[in-house]
Write a protein that binds this ligand. Structure first.
Ligand code: AMP
Ligand code: MG
Length: 407
């Protein structure tokens, strides 16, 4: 049995990064940028109007007011997409719509509300003085050409997609999705939706894995629930080792008579790096490598499986695509925490803020078969092995679940 720290460093030594691929912008959500995205042009690209109104020479409007309107010559229209190449001379104005190019000679825009309105008349009454630059969006005021818009390793969300579209990117270079095989083992497992007999239980772990893989930006290529039978395991695994970057199993990896997963991995030539880690829950934890595949054998108990995935697999999937979404903070316990002597102890927990403090408490249900302990949780609390208990007021590591919020 090795320590959590040793196990982490062994895994670190085996991680590989995935190549990139180009995907259409509208398919890039949830992917990780593989390279910096630069501004192809300044933004705005040209001086344009922030309002529907009239482009004027501010000096022509000095003294204009409701009681004392000034009359300007209406010489044309500049609209979004159809710029005017007319030049304003003294006393001229041009009808200029939001987003339209500011015509040469103009240095301000007057809102249509401050005039007698748009028309085809030659004259326009202006009822306000325009300050130079008023209602003009200046070329490059948002960003200059060549500046970094979005740095590599950024997770793509609506903001990134919108900004890339703004700058004309129709496709993006993103990290490939890790290809994943997940499988569960156990003669007792029945799929949800079916009736269940004495001694059977429903398979929940693969549903958790499948969601977590998707959430971490991976793609489940192979998924199956297998009987405790070496032949079945072998046939699934030999294919998984050929086609997937990561293989994740639940169950069948501890000391039970029918726990064949480890044997089969080894028979298929997987190199075992470790099999037992000083942690609770989930002491039986197999980590191995194939030719180009990382293999995680997690124990079957649902809490061990779920926490095991978050602690051991999630950060690796992140790193393969070049991101890091698992944040840890320190929190102050409001209740005692069951520290273990020689094992690192993980429990689902709740973290919240109160009067500027980060407070937290472990789930009351601490059995590794009690998946309902995850329902109210927004974090996984983790404590180093120690012979001292952690009491209310003590500090503890809080691993935030990325898709949850903190109240
Ligand atoms: P094992 O690691 O195979 O000894 O399984 C430990 C416990 O987890 C047993 O009670 C199994 O029935 C349960 N278990 C194994 N696989 C799953 C699964 N896919 N979903 C829910 N529980 C499971
Ligand atoms: Mg089993």
């Amino acid at each position: 049995m090795i320590s959590v720290k040793e196990a982490k460093s062994i895994i670190q030594g085996q991680i590989f990064h995935l190549d990139s691929e180009v995907v259409p912008l509208d398919k890039s959500r949830g992917r990780i940028l593989h390279e910096d995205v630069l501004a192809k042009f300044p933004s705005p690209r040209f001086n344009n109007s922030a309002m529907d109104g009239f482009a004027v020479r501010s000096s022509d409007t000095i003294g204009a007011s409701k009681d004392n309107p000034i009359t300007l010559n209406n010489i044309g229209i500049s609209s979004a997409g159809v710029p005017s190449d007319l030049v304003l001379n003294e006393g001229d104005c041009i009808q200029c719509m939001t987003g339209a190019k500011i015509p040469s000679g103009s240095d301000a825009v007057i809102m249509v509300e401050d005039t007698d309105g748009f028309s085809d008349n030659d004259n326009v009454q202006v009822m306000i003085e325009a300050q130079p630059g008023k209602h003009i969006r200046l070329k490059g005021e948002e960003i200059n050409k060549g500046d970094i818009l979005i740095s590599k390793r950024t997770l793509i969300t609506a903001s990134e997609i919108g900004v890339c579209a703004t700058f004309g990117y129709g496709e993006l270079n993103v990290s490939k999705k890790p290809r994943i095989a997940i499988f569960g083992t156990g003669n007792e497992l029945v799929e949800p939706g079916n009736s269940i007999k004495e001694g059977e239980i429903y398979n929940s772990n693969l549903y958790v894995f499948s969601d977590l893989v998707g959430n971490a930006g991976g793609e489940v290529l192979m998924q199956d629930v297998l009987k405790d039978n070496k032949a079945y395991l072998k046939s699934f695994l030999s294919e998984a080792l050929e086609s997937c970057d990561v293989v994740i199993s639940s169950g069948g990896v501890s000391m039970g008579r029918f726990d064949y997963v480890r044997d089969v991995f080894i028979e298929l030539g997987v190199k075992e790096h470790f099999w037992k880690v000083a942690q609770k829950p989930g002491r039986p934890l197999f980590f191995g490598t194939g030719n180009k595949t990382l293999i995680f054998g997690l124990p079957g108990n649902p809490v061990s499986s779920y926490i095991g995935f978050m602690v051991w697999v999630w950060p690796i999937l992140n790193e393969m695509v070049g991101t890091d979404t698992l944040n840890s903070i320190q929190g102050e316990l409001t209740e005692s925490f069951p520290v273990e002597n020689i094992k690192y102890r993980y429990l689902f927990g709740k973290v919240w803020t109160e009067n500027g403090k980060v407070l937290c408490k472990p789930s009351k249900k601490i059995g590794s078969h009690m998946l309902t302990s995850s329902l109210d949780a927004n974090c996984i609390l983790g404590a180093e092995p120690s012979d001292k208990k952690l009491n209310p007021g003590d500090s503890i590591l809080v691993n935030l679940l990325p898709w949850k919020t903190i109240e």
